[in-house]
Design a binder for this molecule. Structure first.
Ligand SMILES: C[S@@+](CC[C@H](N)C(=O)[O-])C[C@H]1O[C@@H](n2cnc3c(N)ncnc32)[C@H](O)[C@@H]1O
Length: 298
Protein backbone atom coordinates (compact mmCIF):
# COMPACT_ATOMS: atom_id res chain seq x y z
CA UNK A 1 0.00 0.00 0.00
CA UNK A 2 1.09 3.59 -0.44
CA UNK A 3 2.47 5.28 2.60
CA UNK A 4 1.91 8.96 3.13
CA UNK A 5 5.13 9.71 1.18
CA UNK A 6 3.58 8.52 -2.12
CA UNK A 7 0.37 10.40 -1.35
CA UNK A 8 2.27 13.61 -0.60
CA UNK A 9 4.33 13.20 -3.81
CA UNK A 10 1.23 12.77 -5.99
CA UNK A 11 -0.68 15.69 -4.47
CA UNK A 12 2.43 17.92 -4.53
CA UNK A 13 2.56 17.17 -8.27
CA UNK A 14 -1.12 18.20 -8.57
CA UNK A 15 -0.45 21.35 -6.53
CA UNK A 16 2.43 22.29 -8.85
CA UNK A 17 0.88 21.12 -12.13
CA UNK A 18 -2.89 21.57 -11.96
CA UNK A 19 -3.24 21.23 -15.75
CA UNK A 20 -1.38 17.89 -15.95
CA UNK A 21 -3.41 14.82 -16.92
CA UNK A 22 -3.44 12.46 -13.93
CA UNK A 23 -6.01 10.12 -15.42
CA UNK A 24 -8.93 11.41 -13.33
CA UNK A 25 -11.31 14.36 -13.73
CA UNK A 26 -10.53 17.67 -12.08
CA UNK A 27 -10.98 21.38 -12.54
CA UNK A 28 -14.02 23.58 -12.98
CA UNK A 29 -15.76 21.19 -15.42
CA UNK A 30 -15.46 18.50 -12.77
CA UNK A 31 -17.07 20.77 -10.15
CA UNK A 32 -19.89 21.63 -12.58
CA UNK A 33 -20.42 17.94 -13.34
CA UNK A 34 -20.97 17.43 -9.58
CA UNK A 35 -23.55 20.25 -9.55
CA UNK A 36 -21.46 22.76 -7.61
CA UNK A 37 -23.76 25.81 -7.64
CA UNK A 38 -23.05 28.73 -9.99
CA UNK A 39 -23.35 31.02 -6.95
CA UNK A 40 -20.27 29.30 -5.40
CA UNK A 41 -18.43 29.27 -8.74
CA UNK A 42 -18.90 33.03 -9.05
CA UNK A 43 -17.83 33.78 -5.45
CA UNK A 44 -14.68 31.62 -5.41
CA UNK A 45 -11.74 32.87 -7.55
CA UNK A 46 -11.47 30.98 -10.87
CA UNK A 47 -7.84 29.94 -10.17
CA UNK A 48 -9.03 27.85 -7.20
CA UNK A 49 -11.34 25.71 -9.33
CA UNK A 50 -8.39 24.43 -11.44
CA UNK A 51 -7.42 22.23 -8.48
CA UNK A 52 -10.87 20.79 -7.80
CA UNK A 53 -10.34 17.01 -7.47
CA UNK A 54 -13.84 16.40 -6.11
CA UNK A 55 -15.22 12.89 -6.51
CA UNK A 56 -18.71 14.00 -5.46
CA UNK A 57 -20.53 16.89 -3.84
CA UNK A 58 -20.74 16.77 -0.02
CA UNK A 59 -22.79 19.98 -0.06
CA UNK A 60 -25.69 18.34 -1.93
CA UNK A 61 -27.02 16.90 1.34
CA UNK A 62 -25.18 19.17 3.76
CA UNK A 63 -27.00 20.81 6.60
CA UNK A 64 -24.60 23.66 7.45
CA UNK A 65 -25.90 26.71 9.31
CA UNK A 66 -24.58 30.25 9.51
CA UNK A 67 -22.22 30.43 12.50
CA UNK A 68 -21.29 26.73 12.37
CA UNK A 69 -17.73 25.44 12.71
CA UNK A 70 -16.87 23.18 9.78
CA UNK A 71 -13.81 20.99 9.21
CA UNK A 72 -12.88 19.74 5.71
CA UNK A 73 -10.66 16.65 5.76
CA UNK A 74 -8.12 16.30 2.95
CA UNK A 75 -8.96 19.82 1.81
CA UNK A 76 -6.43 19.93 -1.05
CA UNK A 77 -6.23 23.43 -2.52
CA UNK A 78 -9.26 24.48 -0.50
CA UNK A 79 -12.25 24.41 -2.88
CA UNK A 80 -14.63 22.84 -0.35
CA UNK A 81 -13.22 24.95 2.50
CA UNK A 82 -14.21 28.05 0.55
CA UNK A 83 -17.65 26.66 -0.34
CA UNK A 84 -18.18 25.92 3.38
CA UNK A 85 -17.11 29.49 4.23
CA UNK A 86 -20.03 30.74 2.13
CA UNK A 87 -22.42 28.56 4.20
CA UNK A 88 -21.12 29.58 7.64
CA UNK A 89 -20.75 33.30 6.90
CA UNK A 90 -18.51 35.74 8.77
CA UNK A 91 -19.65 34.49 12.20
CA UNK A 92 -18.73 30.88 11.45
CA UNK A 93 -15.36 29.19 11.15
CA UNK A 94 -13.93 26.72 8.63
CA UNK A 95 -10.89 24.53 9.17
CA UNK A 96 -9.18 22.68 6.33
CA UNK A 97 -6.78 19.84 7.04
CA UNK A 98 -4.34 18.31 4.58
CA UNK A 99 -1.20 16.21 4.80
CA UNK A 100 0.48 17.68 1.68
CA UNK A 101 2.38 20.88 2.58
CA UNK A 102 2.05 22.32 -0.96
CA UNK A 103 -1.73 21.87 -0.80
CA UNK A 104 -1.80 23.58 2.61
CA UNK A 105 0.15 26.54 1.13
CA UNK A 106 -2.27 26.72 -1.79
CA UNK A 107 -5.37 26.53 0.41
CA UNK A 108 -4.02 29.36 2.62
CA UNK A 109 -3.25 31.54 -0.42
CA UNK A 110 -6.66 30.75 -1.98
CA UNK A 111 -8.47 31.83 1.20
CA UNK A 112 -6.51 35.10 1.11
CA UNK A 113 -7.31 35.53 -2.58
CA UNK A 114 -11.02 35.20 -1.80
CA UNK A 115 -10.65 37.59 1.13
CA UNK A 116 -12.08 35.30 3.81
CA UNK A 117 -10.58 35.55 7.28
CA UNK A 118 -12.65 32.90 9.05
CA UNK A 119 -10.69 30.07 7.44
CA UNK A 120 -7.75 28.21 9.02
CA UNK A 121 -5.76 25.52 7.24
CA UNK A 122 -4.00 22.86 9.32
CA UNK A 123 -1.19 20.65 8.10
CA UNK A 124 -1.43 17.07 9.33
CA UNK A 125 -3.13 13.73 8.98
CA UNK A 126 -6.81 13.13 9.59
CA UNK A 127 -5.83 10.10 11.66
CA UNK A 128 -4.71 12.58 14.33
CA UNK A 129 -6.67 15.83 14.10
CA UNK A 130 -5.22 18.78 15.99
CA UNK A 131 -8.57 20.08 17.28
CA UNK A 132 -10.32 19.91 20.65
CA UNK A 133 -12.90 17.21 21.45
CA UNK A 134 -16.48 18.17 20.48
CA UNK A 135 -15.43 21.42 18.80
CA UNK A 136 -16.88 21.02 15.30
CA UNK A 137 -20.51 21.11 14.06
CA UNK A 138 -20.01 19.62 10.60
CA UNK A 139 -17.24 17.66 8.89
CA UNK A 140 -16.93 17.47 5.12
CA UNK A 141 -14.48 15.54 2.97
CA UNK A 142 -14.13 14.86 -0.74
CA UNK A 143 -12.05 12.05 -2.24
CA UNK A 144 -9.71 11.77 0.70
CA UNK A 145 -10.78 9.22 3.34
CA UNK A 146 -10.18 6.25 1.02
CA UNK A 147 -6.52 7.32 0.94
CA UNK A 148 -5.92 6.26 4.51
CA UNK A 149 -5.14 2.68 5.48
CA UNK A 150 -6.77 2.86 8.88
CA UNK A 151 -10.27 4.19 8.25
CA UNK A 152 -11.28 3.15 11.78
CA UNK A 153 -8.83 5.72 13.22
CA UNK A 154 -10.18 8.42 10.91
CA UNK A 155 -13.80 7.83 11.94
CA UNK A 156 -12.73 7.65 15.61
CA UNK A 157 -11.11 11.09 15.18
CA UNK A 158 -14.16 12.42 13.33
CA UNK A 159 -16.33 11.18 16.22
CA UNK A 160 -14.03 12.78 18.78
CA UNK A 161 -13.94 16.28 17.28
CA UNK A 162 -17.65 16.45 16.35
CA UNK A 163 -20.10 17.94 18.83
CA UNK A 164 -22.87 15.55 19.97
CA UNK A 165 -25.31 15.29 17.06
CA UNK A 166 -22.69 16.86 14.78
CA UNK A 167 -22.85 15.69 11.19
CA UNK A 168 -20.51 14.41 8.53
CA UNK A 169 -21.17 14.83 4.81
CA UNK A 170 -18.55 13.33 2.55
CA UNK A 171 -17.91 12.08 -0.95
CA UNK A 172 -15.48 9.26 -1.54
CA UNK A 173 -14.55 6.49 -3.91
CA UNK A 174 -16.10 3.10 -3.27
CA UNK A 175 -15.22 -0.34 -4.54
CA UNK A 176 -17.90 -1.58 -6.95
CA UNK A 177 -16.25 -4.86 -7.89
CA UNK A 178 -18.30 -7.77 -6.66
CA UNK A 179 -15.57 -10.20 -7.75
CA UNK A 180 -13.23 -9.04 -5.02
CA UNK A 181 -15.83 -10.16 -2.48
CA UNK A 182 -14.90 -9.31 1.07
CA UNK A 183 -11.51 -7.87 0.06
CA UNK A 184 -10.74 -5.38 2.82
CA UNK A 185 -8.24 -2.53 2.52
CA UNK A 186 -5.39 -4.72 3.79
CA UNK A 187 -6.22 -7.73 1.65
CA UNK A 188 -6.79 -5.61 -1.42
CA UNK A 189 -3.34 -4.10 -1.05
CA UNK A 190 -1.94 -7.53 -1.76
CA UNK A 191 -4.04 -8.09 -4.88
CA UNK A 192 -3.42 -4.88 -6.86
CA UNK A 193 -0.74 -4.73 -9.57
CA UNK A 194 0.78 -1.41 -8.64
CA UNK A 195 -0.54 -0.93 -5.17
CA UNK A 196 1.36 2.23 -4.25
CA UNK A 197 0.22 4.17 -7.31
CA UNK A 198 -3.28 2.65 -7.19
CA UNK A 199 -3.58 3.61 -3.54
CA UNK A 200 -2.60 7.26 -4.06
CA UNK A 201 -4.93 7.43 -7.09
CA UNK A 202 -7.99 6.48 -4.98
CA UNK A 203 -8.28 2.88 -6.19
CA UNK A 204 -6.65 0.35 -3.83
CA UNK A 205 -7.86 1.93 -0.58
CA UNK A 206 -11.56 1.94 -1.51
CA UNK A 207 -14.10 -0.08 0.48
CA UNK A 208 -17.45 -1.48 -0.60
CA UNK A 209 -20.43 0.74 0.22
CA UNK A 210 -21.86 -1.72 2.77
CA UNK A 211 -18.45 -2.23 4.44
CA UNK A 212 -17.96 1.51 4.75
CA UNK A 213 -21.46 2.07 6.17
CA UNK A 214 -20.89 -0.70 8.73
CA UNK A 215 -17.54 0.80 9.76
CA UNK A 216 -19.10 4.26 10.22
CA UNK A 217 -21.93 2.77 12.34
CA UNK A 218 -19.39 0.88 14.47
CA UNK A 219 -17.66 4.22 15.12
CA UNK A 220 -20.82 5.46 16.87
CA UNK A 221 -22.73 7.21 14.08
CA UNK A 222 -26.43 6.89 13.36
CA UNK A 223 -28.51 7.66 10.25
CA UNK A 224 -25.58 6.51 8.11
CA UNK A 225 -26.60 6.71 4.48
CA UNK A 226 -25.11 6.60 1.01
CA UNK A 227 -27.17 9.31 -0.69
CA UNK A 228 -26.17 8.41 -4.23
CA UNK A 229 -23.40 7.52 -6.65
CA UNK A 230 -21.57 10.08 -8.77
CA UNK A 231 -20.21 9.78 -12.32
CA UNK A 232 -16.62 9.88 -10.97
CA UNK A 233 -14.34 6.91 -11.49
CA UNK A 234 -10.65 6.17 -10.93
CA UNK A 235 -10.68 2.57 -12.27
CA UNK A 236 -13.12 -0.01 -13.68
CA UNK A 237 -13.81 -1.13 -10.12
CA UNK A 238 -14.46 2.24 -8.43
CA UNK A 239 -17.19 4.86 -8.34
CA UNK A 240 -17.71 8.10 -6.44
CA UNK A 241 -20.48 8.20 -3.82
CA UNK A 242 -21.90 10.73 -1.35
CA UNK A 243 -22.45 9.77 2.30
CA UNK A 244 -23.92 11.36 5.41
CA UNK A 245 -24.06 10.39 9.10
CA UNK A 246 -24.84 11.88 12.50
CA UNK A 247 -22.85 11.52 15.72
CA UNK A 248 -24.93 9.89 18.42
CA UNK A 249 -25.79 11.96 21.47
CA UNK A 250 -25.54 10.30 24.91
CA UNK A 251 -29.33 9.79 24.86
CA UNK A 252 -29.10 8.10 21.43
CA UNK A 253 -26.26 5.94 22.77
CA UNK A 254 -28.41 4.72 25.68
CA UNK A 255 -31.33 4.03 23.35
CA UNK A 256 -29.07 2.06 21.00
CA UNK A 257 -27.76 0.07 23.97
CA UNK A 258 -31.22 -0.93 25.21
CA UNK A 259 -32.65 -1.45 21.73
CA UNK A 260 -29.85 -3.79 20.83
CA UNK A 261 -30.28 -5.76 24.09
CA UNK A 262 -33.97 -6.27 23.47
CA UNK A 263 -33.22 -7.41 19.94
CA UNK A 264 -31.32 -10.39 21.32
CA UNK A 265 -33.05 -13.61 20.20
CA UNK A 266 -33.51 -14.58 23.86
CA UNK A 267 -33.44 -11.55 26.10
CA UNK A 268 -34.50 -13.66 29.07
CA UNK A 269 -30.76 -14.43 29.27
CA UNK A 270 -29.88 -10.92 30.44
CA UNK A 271 -28.58 -10.81 34.04
CA UNK A 272 -31.51 -8.96 35.55
CA UNK A 273 -34.24 -11.11 34.03
CA UNK A 274 -36.68 -12.66 36.52
CA UNK A 275 -39.13 -15.37 35.57
CA UNK A 276 -41.43 -14.09 38.28
CA UNK A 277 -41.08 -10.46 39.52
CA UNK A 278 -41.99 -11.29 43.14
CA UNK A 279 -40.39 -8.20 44.71
CA UNK A 280 -42.22 -5.82 42.37
CA UNK A 281 -45.51 -7.62 42.85
CA UNK A 282 -45.09 -7.57 46.66
CA UNK A 283 -44.58 -3.80 46.54
CA UNK A 284 -47.56 -3.31 44.24
CA UNK A 285 -49.84 -5.38 46.52
CA UNK A 286 -48.50 -3.60 49.59
CA UNK A 287 -49.09 -0.07 48.35
CA UNK A 288 -51.95 -0.39 45.88
CA UNK A 289 -55.43 0.69 46.68
CA UNK A 290 -58.36 1.80 44.54
CA UNK A 291 -57.49 5.50 44.77
CA UNK A 292 -53.75 5.22 44.04
CA UNK A 293 -51.99 5.01 40.69
CA UNK A 294 -48.75 3.10 40.65
CA UNK A 295 -45.95 3.33 38.12
CA UNK A 296 -43.25 0.64 37.95
CA UNK A 297 -40.35 2.71 36.66
CA UNK A 298 -37.92 0.93 34.27
C1 LIG B 1 -8.18 13.62 -4.26
S1 LIG B 1 -7.51 14.96 -3.31
C2 LIG B 1 -9.01 15.83 -2.94
C3 LIG B 1 -8.75 17.26 -2.53
C4 LIG B 1 -9.99 18.11 -2.26
N1 LIG B 1 -10.83 17.50 -1.24
C5 LIG B 1 -10.78 18.34 -3.51
O1 LIG B 1 -11.96 17.91 -3.56
O2 LIG B 1 -10.27 18.95 -4.44
C6 LIG B 1 -7.13 14.18 -1.76
C7 LIG B 1 -6.43 15.07 -0.73
O3 LIG B 1 -6.35 14.34 0.50
C8 LIG B 1 -5.10 14.61 1.11
N2 LIG B 1 -4.77 13.50 2.03
C9 LIG B 1 -4.50 12.22 1.73
N3 LIG B 1 -4.27 11.49 2.84
C10 LIG B 1 -4.42 12.34 3.88
C11 LIG B 1 -4.30 12.19 5.29
N4 LIG B 1 -4.00 11.04 5.87
N5 LIG B 1 -4.54 13.27 6.07
C12 LIG B 1 -4.85 14.48 5.52
N6 LIG B 1 -4.95 14.69 4.18
C13 LIG B 1 -4.75 13.62 3.37
C14 LIG B 1 -4.15 14.74 -0.06
O4 LIG B 1 -2.98 15.45 0.30
C15 LIG B 1 -5.02 15.45 -1.10
O5 LIG B 1 -4.85 16.85 -1.03
Amino acid sequence: MADNKQIIELYTDLAENPKKNFGWDKGLDNAKAHDYKSEWIEKIPSKVWEYCAAVGNPFKDADIQEGNTVLDLGCGAGVDVLVASIFVGKVGKVYGLDITPKMVELAISHAKLMGVDNVEILEGSFENIDLEDESVDVITSNGAINLTLCKESVFAEIYRVLKPQGKIFFADMIDTSIDEGLCCSMEKSSCCDNVEEDWANCVAGTMRKDELIELIKKSGFINVECTGHTHYTTADTTKGANFKAVKTSSVDKRKLHWDSLYQEPDYTQVLWHQNFPSKSLDLIYKYSSKDKAIIDVG
